[in-house]
Design a protein. Structure first.
Ligand code: SF4
Length: 421
């Protein structure tokens, strides 16, 4: 059986034109896709068959009883992850956090959390990827490398995509890359600016000043010549539709959310000359959905705590890395992410010492250290659900094959029932 227009849930591009072939409930071929996605679909069957408690295989009721006991006995539980699960499951995770008086945080806090804070400060002049495809004649990539991290972004949405007002694709666009080192993306660019590491804020501030008609009495700012900045500004002012895509090279370097607020302010000010927009390059398939779901359920996008019976928001206090590094969380439920592999050592070490439950289709590093592992179906492969693309457009994920495993949503429902009783 050939299934067309499948959404790939792997990265924030959520490409929705994949063709998957299925035989005897197994995926046998994947076409119209990238190598990352092909490997994801072809190996999505290989997770563990049974839940485990302390490394021993057990039946589901026993694993769920132990899970509920750990969470109910905890004085300061943490629920973390959410970026590779469906929004239906994210909503259940929030309900569980509310019930437990827990902290809940998504992987946003270690990638585009500063973006969200920058947007809260400055507002967000943004658009959809469809508008970029059909209209953008100037595309800037700042602190990101989509040629390697979002493999089909160039072809589907930005650099070479053919749209209504860009019928010749690449020939109709000017592409600019701003990064601290040459990358595969910068090799495709018409213009490459290479600021010194940690100098994005200075460069952006200088651009805003030059845009306002100020003159500079220095020849370079943050490693970029003023002549290059003036040239880039002229291109920005004179384009028909511009967009800056930005990544963790700006959000997780010195300045963090201040870099983003400055970038957003520059984009807003460019709208005095032309239509100019910006968009974060979101990594995980539904990390944008985690922000959206948390926001419409609680009013806040990440770093939320329910200990007082209502949601409180404070990045730095209720973010997972900080709660773990300060040894404040005494139990953790990790949903569809691998913090032991990615967190700073102090936070990861504490996570290994407290009772941890993992909901994930795969046995990752965090699962290897967890007390309870609950294997679940893969959204977009063996479970249907909803995910939000990097431009916050929600897309339906298809169920392509059957799975013996329950979904994250079902498991969270079972945990909620047990915690209540
Ligand atoms: S670019 Fe991302 S969403 Fe698109 S097919 Fe590749 S991994 Fe999947």
């Amino acid at each position: 059986m050939k299934i067309e227009n499948v959404v790939c849930p792997f990265c924030g591009c959520l490409c929705d034109d994949i063709v998957v072939e299925v035989e005897d409930n197994r995926i046998t071929a994947v076409t119209k896709t990238c190598s990352v996605s092909r490997s994801f679909f072809l190996h999505a069957h290989t997770g563990p068959a049974h839940p485990t408690v302390d490394g021993q295989e057990v039946e589901w009721p026993e694993a769920l009883d132990v899970t509920a006991r750990i969470l109910a006995d905890s004085a300061s539980p943490l629920i973390y992850g959410l970026s590779s699960t469906a929004s239906e499951a994210q909503r259940k995770a929030i309900a569980l956090a509310d019930l437990l008086g827990a902290s809940i945080d998504s992987t946003s806090s270690v990638c585009h959390g500063p973006t969200t804070i920058g947007i809260q400060n400055q507002g967000e002049p943004t658009c959809t990827l469809g508008e970029v495809k059909h209209r953008a004649d100037l595309v800037v990539f700042w602190g990101c490398n989509p040629a390697e991290a979002h493999v089909r972004h160039f072809a589907r949405y930005s650099v070479s995509a053919r749209g209504k007002l860009t019928p010749q694709g690449r020939k109709d666009r000017t592409v600019v890359v701003v990064d601290v080192r040459p990358t595969r993306s910068s090799r495709t660019a018409d213009v490459f600016l290479q600021p010194r590491p940690g100098c994005d804020y200075e460069v952006l501030t200088a651009m805003r000043a030059l845009l306002k008609g100020e003159t500079s009495d220095v020849a370079e700012v943050g490693g970029v010549s003023v002549a290059q900045l003036v040239d880039l500004l002229e291109r920005m002012k004179s384009c028909r539709f511009g967009v800056i895509f930005f990544g963790m090279g700006v959000t997780q370097t010195g300045g963090k959310y201040l870099n983003i607020a400055e970038l957003l302010a520059l984009v807003a000010e460019l709208n005095a000359y032309t239509r100019f927009t910006t968009m974060p390059m979101r990594g995980h398939g539904n990390v944008a959905g985690a922000d959206c779901t948390l926001t419409w359920q609680t009013g806040y996008p990440f770093a939320i705590n329910f200990a007082r019976g209502y949601p409180q928001y404070n990045p730095g206090e209720f973010t997972a890395v900080d709660l773990l590094a300060r040894q404040e969380a005494d139990a953790a439920l990790i949903i569809a992410s691998d913090p032991v592999a990615h967190f700073p050592r102090r936070a990861a070490q504490w996570l290994s010492q407290i009772p941890t439950i993992v909901l994930d289709p795969e046995v990752n590093l965090t699962a290897r250290e967890a007390r309870v592992v609950l294997p679940t179906a893969v959204y977009g492969v063996s479970a249907a659900g909803t995910a939000y693309r990097m431009d916050n457009v929600p897309l339906p994920l298809k169920k392509i094959v059957d799975s013996p495993q329950p979904t994250d949503e079902q498991v969270l429902d079972w945990i909620i029932e047990r915690v209540k009783t």
